[in-house]
Design a protein around this ligand. Structure first.
Ligand SMILES: Cc1ncc(COP(=O)(O)O)c(C=O)c1O
Length: 398
């Protein structure tokens, strides 16, 4: 029987390292519509509605796939024929929303703002007032490519005032940052099981205002991504229309029990904040600089400027970290030349110290002498490039 090396610690903003209690759940087989799956789905829906403080207001709709599938489903389901979506983008994940609109032929306009500072409500007001045809607004909560936290509270209030449906991509933040439907005035929230909820990948969710969802019958130009249809079926049967990812569903239910056991979103946020602070302070003590000031950075992943040293090479750095069992985000972004280290998942301050020390030792071994970055290196949003996938040298022959 083939043996595998122990898996690396994932220091990425999702998928994340999972506790053994969650992984163990996936050893059991379940039938489509079997009792335990139906119970798990019903529990997960109730728990997510509770986390969003959406009791008697919202419903949680499961969808197989990753966060992007749920973003596409939300755009398909909520923007009706004759509607128009204003998409905000200040990074890679905002740009993906624009790509979804293009691919699905959804009428839209784009509000692009700086990748290194939050947009203002005034910028949204101008965009909305200059085009009365806009019916819906969508923005990313934490733009994970930069770590920037966008002001969804201000934009939510504005959408309420101007009667626009407000859709938030909270894929990176739900389960840690407070995302109260009543307080933040969003109508639709897209989230993922495999980030701050610390479940495995393969199952995404949309929490939607019931009244807004109720008006969406027949909007979707897709059978599988029709959230209206999925919701009415799940509400009736506590099961999916088509085969659910059964192992993933039961592991996500276990992850949610663990989330509750840890003390819910507030306790998780506190742990992530401690992780982020510990990592950033140690890295700064070695000379590294963060991309963003702390006041606008989310504690999901820390984003550092690359060292301004000719010996620095991201690919060599990434692979050397992997040799040490630490899997950092496998791709630099062109936005001001950065690299990212995730602070979420079953990781602690001990892991953060280990990561920072490994960064210093690895780069020193590669001949990098100066860890600081050059001062100003402005880059327009358009220069942000998607992640690349690196294959470790020992796997390249496969
Ligand atoms: C804010 C945000 N939106 C969307 C996505 C895309 O999620 P997925 O890769 O699971 O489709 C990510 C992934 O990191 C994200 O951080």
């Amino acid at each position: 029987m083939q043996t595998h090396p122990p898996s690396s610690l994932l220091l990425t903003p999702g998928p994340v390292s999972l506790p053994m209690s969650t992984k163990r759940t996936m050893l059991e087989d379940h039938a489509f519509g079997g009792r335990s799956i139906v119970k798990d789905i019903a529990f997960a829906r109730r728990y997510l509605v509770h986390l969003a403080n959406a009791a008697n207001l919202g419903t949680a709709i499961p969808l197989p796939g990753s966060g992007t599938y749920a973003n596409e489903a939300a755009i398909q389901t909520f923007v009706p024929e004759g509607g128009k979506l204003l998409v905000h983008s200040n990074g890679v994940y905002g740009d993906t929303l624009v790509s979804i609109c293009r691919a699905t032929g959804t009428p839209h306009s784009v509000l692009r703002t700086s990748p290194v500072s939050p947009p203002s409500a005034e910028q949204f007001r101008q965009a909305l007032c200059s085009d009365p045809g806009i019916t819906h607004v969508m923005m990313v909560h934490c733009e994970t490519s930069s770590g920037l936290l966008n002001p969804i509270d201000q934009v939510g209030r504005l959408c309420r005032e101007l009667h626009k449906v407000f859709i938030v991509d909270a894929v990176a933040t739900f389960g840690a940052l407070p995302l109260d439907m009543r307080r933040l005035a969003y109508d639709v929230l897209v989230l993922s099981s495999n980030k701050c909820l610390e479940g495995p990948p393969g199952l995404a969710w949309v929490v939607a205002n019931r009244g807004v969802l109720g008006a969406c019958k027949g909007n979707a130009r897709s059978l599988c991504l029709d959230l209206w249809d999925q919701n009415q079926h799940v509400a009736r049967t506590s099961c999916f229309r088509f085969t659910p990812p059964t192992h993933t569903v039961s592991a996500v239910a276990q992850a949610l029990r663990a989330h509750d056991g840890e003390g819910g979103s507030a306790a998780r946020l506190e742990r992530y904040r401690r992780n982020w602070r510990c990592l950033v302070e140690r890295m700064r003590s070695f000379g590294f600089r963060t991309l963003l000031p702390d006041t606008i950075a989310a504690p999901i992943a820390a984003v550092f400027r690359e060292p301004d040293d000719p010996a620095y090479d991201f690919d060599a750095f990434y692979l050397a970290m992997l040799e040490r069992g630490l899997d950092i985000y496998p791709g630099p972004l062109a936005v001001q030349r950065t690299f990212r280290i995730g602070c979420i998942g079953t990781v602690t301050e001990h892991d953060m110290r280990r990561a920072a020390d490994a960064v210093r030792e690895t780069l020193t071994a590669l001949g990098v002498r100066a860890f600081g970055a050059a001062r100003a290196r402005p880059a327009p949003v358009a220069s942000i490039v998607p992640n690349r996938c690196l294959v470790p040298s020992h796997d390249r022959a496969l």
